[in-house]
Design a protein around this ligand. Structure first.
Ligand code: KG4
Ligand code: ZN
Length: 347
């Protein structure tokens, strides 16, 4: 089956066509991502009103390009999937309404996809990973550990009690005078920095529940930066390296604890999967390699362009649902909040 996928929950306007074979293998036929980064950059973060307007302006072009790249007509498509949340509601409305219009006109089913479920299932498209697996979802908006047991069956095991990890990267970068998004900037400068220079806290370390807390770490950077201001380039690089090392330690500890809680469970994971923009970070990735090796499971990370928001993951999640006989009606609602554990479960 061929599914058109539309993603508009944050600041990427994206559309893609994905093929799913009867035996469950996936193939990306096109994947168009139009970034709105330049429009948000002056504000140091995503401005919801600007994002919603940009989606209106960019989405038709993104869909047209996705169809053209895949060399398909709308009549060739078997279903239309759109991210129906969670996300910035203005953008979600734009994407979902457009998907409904296309589905209605071509007389094909609509799939109202949960954006987090799409991140969770991406490794089945890229690497054919089998259930169950442990997902660490780390993006600008989310930091969660989820047991992925089947399509529609997700168990929340832990998550952040304050900031998301990507958000902590972005806010810390801003304090250090670095541009948005902060994650890639911090990773780049950390190469020249000393990770042992600043003794930053690792909140929640060794706590038995696999939760995260980032706000204390962020505040520690701010207080120390204020104390030694003005900052030289070397100071900034040392902060980047020290901050990144603290995050890597926190992630390793939290994932290790989480794997420990699953040790005697029937849902013993076959792989550790990392998704979301922060998964692009090489230091965090390498640290997680060691944790996965220790647990004797594989670490699977989708390629960077499929870790960040994209239409292919939405199309694929739609295809996985359609293959299990699930569709949504045209009355499906856009949702700003939509916890992963509350998505519909296949019969
Ligand atoms: O998944 P994503 O593209 O968008 C959502 O938040 O949904 O993730 C973006 C986040 C930003 O906070 C960005 O700073 C972070 O991912 N990020 C990184 C890196 N690349 C992107 N964080 C750390 N290291 C990176 N290399
Ligand atoms: Zn995302």
């Amino acid at each position: 089956m061929l599914v058109l996928g539309i993603e508009t929950t944050c600041d990427e306007t994206a559309a893609a066509v994905v093929f799913r074979s009867l035996d469950g293998l996936g193939e990306i036929r096109s994947n168009v991502v139009l970034s709105q980064l330049a429009e948000h950059q002056p504000y140091g973060g995503v401005v919801p009103e600007i994002a919603a307007r940009a989606h209106v302006e960019l989405l038709d072009g993104a869909i047209g390009k996705a169809m053209e790249d895949a060399n398909l007509k709308f009549s060739d498509i078997d279903a239309v999937a759109a991210a129906a949340g969670p996300g910035l509601i203005g953008g979600v409305i734009v994407g979902l309404t457009t998907a409904k219009a296309i589905a209605l006109v071509i007389g094909k089913p609509l799939l109202a996809v949960n954006h987090l479920e799409a991140h969770a299932l991406t490794v089945r498209l890229t690497d054919g990973v089998g259930f169950p697996y442990l997902l660490l979802l780390v993006s600008g908006g989310h930091t969660q550990l989820v047991s992925v047991e089947d399509v529609g069956r997700y168990r929340y095991l832990g998550g952040t009690v304050d900031d998301a990890i990507g958000e902590a990267f972005d806010k810390t970068a801003k304090m250090l005078g670095l541009p948005y998004p902060g994650g890639p900037e911090i990773e780049l400068l950390a190469v020249r920095g000393n990770p042992g220079r600043f003794n930053l806290p690792r909140p929640m370390l060794r706590r038995p529940e696999p939760n995260f807390s980032l706000s204390g770490l962020k505040t520690a950077v701010r207080l120390e930066a204020e104390r030694i201001a003005p900052l030289s380039d070397q100071d900034v690089a040392d902060f980047c390296a020290s901050f990144q090392a603290a995050i890597a330690d926190i992630v390793v500890d939290r994932v290790r604890v989480c794997l420990g809680t699953l040790r005697n469970s029937v849902w013993q994971p076959r792989a550790l999967v990392v998704a979301g923009g922060v998964a692009a970070n090489q230091t965090i990735r390498e640290a997680l390699e060691a944790v996965a090796a220790e647990a004797m499971i594989a670490l699977v990370v989708p390629p960077p362009e499929l870790c960040t928001d994209n239409g292919a993951m939405i199309a694929w999640a739609g295809a996985e649902r359609l293959a299990r006989g699930m569709v949504d009606g045209l009355e499906a609602s856009p949702r700003a909040r939509w916890p992963l554990e509350t998505v519909p479960v296949p019969a």
